[in-house]
Design a protein around this ligand. Structure first.
Ligand code: AMP
Ligand code: MG
Length: 443
């Protein structure tokens, strides 16, 4: 999904820089613009703080999708012995030099070699042995003639063509020599790499583990999902959403129950969760309100900073570390859309970094805006969108729902975020915009 600039003539790029906007929609910089921290700066701070987790040893299938943290050498050659690539007859090439369709060569068959044969007797000149794919080549033979070029005889076999020396023989060590590098540290373990690890006899490997991410919802209005939300109550959707997002990013996620807006309870729960967490996410309680207890309680510790970031939604952000291990903690705003956008922008890259990924960012693509989109000057805006693929292969995108960051149904109907840079105030229909697809990632 790469953007080729030739896809779109440049005169159709309508992303209007603020000072070039002639539509009258460009707004003057807000008075508080100076105190907003740019997204890039906050992200740099986050990634600069996130360290690494010690590698652990896991069983092969538990290591799937993770990054290898050790060098794997082949202890033995791969394949381990010369073996047949086809079902046929093990022969000496020289014995079949005269063989042809019109004048087959007939050889006595002196035995069968099955796959799994632990020892094989030698084979003299002028003889052959029936052999199965994967079975060891008998000493004395130097080629395999596939069944289909023979009459499939049992005691004697008629062979209709010559073979080259080495034909249909898989040589010991032709895949990997003994002592050769099978996989280097940093390899991501997909099915192919897991096949190789198994082939060279490793059933456990050292990998960068999945970060254990603890997700906490705060808010006295929240009730557990499944309980009927009464007047004034709200179902806690964030902890499910953020746990799912953390898993999607490659983490093991643990949902901790709801914490009401109570200072002491929050500190208590955080204290106990520090034992198992590699990373903590809270949602809610980071705005300017009188009962924004996450900000109140953690702001006093001096290790978590609460900032207004130049983005919409998701401006209030808390980030820092807790405890002796300096466990990173993200305090995200409570509105579901703000929370998810904040996760995408800051937490997902942090989880990817903990996994040891070199490229921690999702891919973005360019798409044609199907409608007009406004954006506040000085803030990076993230709108929910629906990305389509046009018949010509190019992408187009439309808005889903309005600007409200409480709109969960619209969020669920979207498949991407439309990203409008800080200096953009307006996008006109037909313009090219940057889109970040939110497809399910590989674990
Ligand atoms: P806050 O950031 O705590 O001021 O919350 C902002 C809005 O998000 C309020 O309307 C909350 O009710 C809502 N909210 C906070 N936490 C959650 C949650 N876990 N699930 C759903 N909505 C939430
Ligand atoms: Mg709240």
């Amino acid at each position: 999904m790469s953007d080729s600039s030739s896809d779109w003539p440049t005169d159709t790029i309508p992303v209007v820089p603020a000072d070039a906007a002639e539509t009258g929609t460009a707004r003057p910089a807000g008075r508080d613009r100076a105190v907003l921290r740019p997204v890039a700066e906050q992200l740099a701070k986050v990634l600069g703080t996130i360290g690494s987790i010690d590698p652990i040893q896991l069983a092969l299938l538990d290591a799937q999708g993770l990054m290898l943290a050790e060098e794997i050498l082949a202890d033995a050659p791969l394949p381990g012995f010369d073996n047949a690539a086809m079902d046929g007859y093990a022969v000496r090439a020289v014995d079949l030099r005269q063989a042809g369709e019109a004048h087959p060569v007939t050889l006595p068959v002196v035995g069968d070699v099955l796959a799994g044969a632990r020892s094989v007797s030698g084979m003299g000149p002028g003889l052959c042995m029936r052999i199965m794919t994967g079975a060891p080549i008998p000493p004395g033979a130097d080629a395999v003639i596939p069944l289909e070029h023979t009459d499939r005889g049992v005691a004697r076999v008629r062979i209709h063509r010559p073979v080259r020396t080495g034909e249909c023989v898989r040589r010991a060590g032709e895949d990997l020599a003994a002592g050769a590098l099978a996989l280097a540290p940093g390899a991501t373990l997909g099915p192919q790499q897991i096949a190789l690890l198994a082939a060279v006899g490793h059933d456990r490997v050292m990998v960068q583990p999945r970060p254990r991410v603890v997700v906490i919802s705060t808010g006295s209005e929240l009730v557990d999902v499944g309980k009927q939300a009464g007047f004034g109550e709200v179902s806690d959707s964030n902890s499910y959403m953020l746990a799912a997002a953390a898993r999607d990013a490659g983490a093991d996620a643990y949902r901790v129950g709801i914490i009401p807006d109570d200072h002491a309870r929050l500190l208590d729960v955080l204290d106990s969760q520090l034992l198992r967490a590699d990373l903590i996410i809270t949602s809610g309680g980071v705005s300017m309100g009188a009962f924004d207890i996450v900000k109140e309680a953690l702001g006093q510790l001096g290790t978590v900073e609460f900032t207004q970031v130049a983005m919409q939604p998701g401006s209030p952000q808390g980030f820092g570390t807790l405890g002796r291990e300096r466990t990173p903690i993200f305090c995200l705003p409570g509105n579901p859309v703000s929370s998810l956008v904040s996760f995408e922008v800051f937490v997902r890259p942090a989880i990817r970094k903990l996994l040891g990924k070199r490229n921690v960012h999702r891919q973005t693509i360019q798409a044609m805006a199907l409608e007009r989109i406004d954006s506040p000057e000085g803030k990076r805006q993230f709108r929910r969108g629906l990305l389509h693929r046009e018949p010509d292969g190019r992408y187009s995108v439309s808005l889903v729902g309005g600007n409200g960051s409480h709109l969960v149904a619209a969020l669920a109907a979207s498949n991407c975020l439309i990203i409008l840079e800080e200096d953009v105030t307006e996008v006109v229909p037909g313009a090219r915009v940057t889109v970040q697809p939110l497809m399910l990632a590989q674990r």
